[in-house]
Design a protein. Sequence first.
Length: 691
Amino acid sequence: MTYSRLLHCCFALLACLGAVRLCLAADAPVLRNNQLTLSCDTHNGSCTAHWSSADIGPFAASVELSDGKHFATTDFPKHQIEPSAHPDELTIRHFGLKGAPVLIQHISLPDGQPYILTDLEVLATHPVGTRHISPLVLATNGSADIQGASKPTVLFVPFDNDMWVHYNEPIDPAKDPDSYEVTAIFDNGSRHGLVLGSITHDLWKTGILARNISNSRIQQLEVYGGATGHWSHDAEPHGLVSGTDIKSPTILVGYFTDWRNGLEAYGRENARIKPPLAWKDGVPFGWNSWAAYLEKIDMQKYEGVADFIHNQLEPRGYQNNNTAYINWDSGWNKFSEADLRAAATHVHSLGEKAGIYYTPFSYWSDDLSKEVEGTNGKYHYSDIILRDSHGQPLPKVDGARPLDPTNPGTLARIDWQLAQFVAWGYDSVKLDFLNCGAQEGHHYDPAIATGVAAYNLGMKRIESDLDPAKIGRSFFISLSIAPLFPAYGHARRISCDAFGRIQDSDYLLNAASYSWWANGTLYDFNDPDHTVIARDTDPYHGEAVKGSIQTFAEARTRVNATVISGTLLIDSDDLLDGYGQSRAKELLTNKAVLDVARAGIAFRPVEGNSGIHASPEFVREEKDGSLYLAVFNYSETKPATLTVDLQRLGLDPAKTYRATDLWTGTEQDVTSQMQFLLGPAESRLLHLVAR
């Protein structure tokens, strides 16, 4: 039987079965389902992925060793298909090159899905090391093509949420990859696009390069483990991974008719490997002290706010599961243990939950001779700070010295502090500046080679210390300034600090526009930071003064931005001030709006061409066929007219829908299009139901 006839028969069989199958021809093994075809050339060691409207290839896999030698699968003279027990998997051994290790590609095609999963394994007869390993890189004359796209958008995803970084932040290509961990490369008009990203996060920081783009063609494309740069805040190169068997991150490579579906599928693949930390007590509502009082918080303010929320807001609906969280932020450690226990007791007497704050991987002093808390004098801070390869302390990050998560002194400090929180009666913790724990450096544990591996070790310790099975009750863990990956805790703030200005809502919703998919996949909840509705100043650029308040539209927009993001609804206003109290009663007690937040489901962006700003429109589709719509004007001074096409929202333009404004209760019938006349900083939140 000829090769072409064999391939034809194989594809015919595939069409009948409608499932993933491996077809082994003489020199071109093929994986195929009803979404894509992957073919690999056993003459030159390259592969090509083909979808109905996109192609990637030919592509290879490669590794750069610490001695400077670089090997790609296309460099090898021999390429052998290895036996596999699964018809949706392909394993290719590349070998026969003198002085080179063996490279093994693992490729699978999940049944019915428009993406492949792939990684690269390096096998050597003696230990080798690498800081750069690529499970996918375009081979000579290779490209990625999205049919019909006109210079597609390449989404920049930050490594973490520090320093007010934006999604789509302009980068210096000499310092940073085009995205960290994942990207979508898409045409906004058609929404067609590629999604590429890592789904394992135990060892590598992953970078994506997507460059030399002309029209619909990307001529430089690489996904690699070993990324560092300005936006990972690393002063050291990526850790050297060594051994006789080294594995790259496993990555997803797919084409989707809607890039938003692609990122959601990517999130689900991550959750399949590492499910989010389960939480059964609903979306936390409550209050945080930071924006309200900064470090001027005191016992009277903390307990007074708890009383006000209990007496004035909870009866009006501002609670979930019959409770609210009253959370200390930075500044609590100036109080005695007796005071902190009393504060938690007071909050519990009101039926509320008590929250507190901690920075497990940061040290906020230059006194390295100080004894480490919880270690009985065995360790000093000079012992546990993270150092570079020359033994020097790493540069500060945000004013803090990074600590080594693998050092026994750091772990003892974490154990001690979290045990205190539990003993004092607290129910929640905000963990801040966690990115310090993911820094590259020389770690105490010789088995830990990279910042990501160290971060995993430290975060697993935290989750273990607060495991409900160990402490006898639920304990909510919210991550603040933290890497997007690896995912730990119940919630992660999607942005850096967001206060009360319309610019803050725009910044927050920029993150929601491009990371909504992490809600319910990586984390149970996206955390939209504390919600400020009574003043508009930024305390980092001059402390707020009394009387510097938001407009009503600006404040209501801040609530809308919060409730569509995933979401924790945590106010942070001076609720002992009459104006703050009035605003809270007006804006935190609307049942229809609060029910949107209680669902804990992030809204999707309608558009993906907003750059460092936010999409002006977001939607949440309901199982009953109805739809929630949020629209925003991010201008502080100018009105805006927004025309929204119902078909673009995913609705039937021929049908009539009853649109109900959740804030005012007003209703109108709409067909085909909706038009909104929005004042400065104004937004609307509506529910659309087919008539």
